[in-house]
Write a new protein. Structure first.
Length: 223
């Protein structure tokens, strides 16, 4: 697979620098026929090469690529970028911290003049779904998911004035079973991640699975 596209984002992958420059020229030529231009200020490249002696993958920021004689930014090993709402670096997925965002959103939700059931509806249908995409696709340890659940527990207990002996299972149990139906991130996020990986494995060819990224490409570009 040498090209991946979603909306107005295009990823190009090659095994050699000359191949990436060729793909850049071809992509630019094709898009020009559609009256579209590549925004070079938002485009960048990452060059990965294998160090067989030390058995490592290194980032070669010295390689340069151009589109219409406009140089593209070459990312270094510690540079990060966002793709489809998820933060990456040359090392892969970056650990995301949704704690401050969740606390800020819950504080705002608690301060507005709403009924308890309205706050609960917004929590289930707006605030938590907003976090799922980032949590499922990012690298988040189970301990942090538990901390996020604890923050949600405190919010729900405070809004509904639940007694101290009320178990957390009541908060997460489905409405049909007599609970509040608030999803548990510790349970839902790994389940959604497993489902996504299963779907990905069903559509990808065997050669793309279980392969170290450095074995697939030595250079790739996001435009």
């Amino acid at each position: 697979m040498s090209i991946s596209a979603y909306a107005d984002d295009i990823l190009l992958f090659t095994s050699y620098p000359t191949g990436l420059q060729f793909l850049l020229n071809e992509a630019d030529s094709f898009l020009a026929k559609c009256n579209l231009n590549i925004n070079t200020s938002k485009s960048f490249t990452i060059s990965l090469s294998t160090d067989s002696k030390n058995k490592k993958i290194k980032v070669d920021s010295a390689l340069s690529f151009k589109i219409n004689n406009s140089p593209l930014k070459s990312l270094k090993v510690n540079d990060s970028f966002k793709y489809l709402g998820v933060n990456f670096s040359a090392k892969g997925l970056l650990t995301v911290d949704c704690g401050p965002t969740l606390k800020d959103d819950l504080l705002k939700l608690k301060s507005v003049p709403l009924k308890p059931q309205q706050r609960l509806w917004i929590l289930n249908n707006t605030l938590l779904p907003k976090l799922f995409h980032l949590l499922v696709l990012s690298s988040v340890p189970a301990g942090k998911l538990c901390k996020l659940d604890s923050t949600i527990h405190a919010f729900v207990r405070g809004v509904l004035y639940l007694p101290g002996d009320c178990p957390n299972s009541y908060i997460h149990a489905s409405v049909a079973d007599g609970g509040l139906g608030v999803p548990s991130l510790r349970v839902s996020v790994p389940s959604c991640r497993l489902s996504r990986l299963g779907s990905l494995g069903a559509v990808m060819s065997g050669g793309c699975l279980g392969v170290w990224p450095g074995d697939i490409c030595s250079g790739w570009c996001i435009v």
